[in-house]
Design a protein around this ligand. Structure first.
Ligand SMILES: Nc1ncnc2c1ncn2[C@@H]1O[C@H](COP(=O)(O)OP(=O)(O)OP(=O)(O)O)[C@@H](O)[C@H]1O
Ligand SMILES: [Mg+2]
Length: 112
């Protein structure tokens, strides 16, 4: 389902990812843990196609996380821990908004 091989990412002199390998199979529940600054967020951003790796492979469903990001994003989702949503929208309205981004029908009935 998820495959990462020899993934590297550098920011100037900071080597954020030295050479990461990871395999997550169907049905796995994978705990991705590590100390602050270990590179967890960078790895997830690369997997989500938000950030481009310097070298190595990152794929989901055997599709390249960077090159195939558009088609992958129809099938995957990512909820960051530090998410900031819109305080003036209800939880239901936020879900509807994201469904509309994806061209899907909304869950809640509009009353106006
Ligand atoms: N945009 C950036 N520019 C420079 N260095 C960065 C950048 N983003 C991350 N880093 C560095 O890359 C390394 C990995 O950071 P990352 O945010 O992936 O760690 P993390 O495992 O998610 O940490 P935390 O547990 O604190 O969330 C850190 O040394 C960080 O300072
Ligand atoms: Mg992080």
């Amino acid at each position: 389902m998820i495959r990462i091989e020899a993934l590297k990412k550098q920011f100037g002199r900071v080597q954020a990812l030295k050479s990461i390998n990871m395999t997550v199979n169907a049905g796995d529940i994978y705990g991705f843990i590590g100390p602050n600054g270990a590179g967890k967020t960078i790895t997830l951003r690369i997997l989500m196609g938000i950030l481009k790796a310097d070298s190595g492979q990152a794929s989901i469903f055997q599709k390249d996380a960077w090159k195939d990001a558009l088609s992958l994003h129809h099938k995957i989702a990512y909820v960051p821990g530090d998410v900031n949503l819109w305080p003036n929208l209800t939880g239901g309205e936020v879900i509807d908004l994201f469904l509309e981004f994806r061209g899907k029908k909304t869950m809640t009935q509009k009353t106006h």
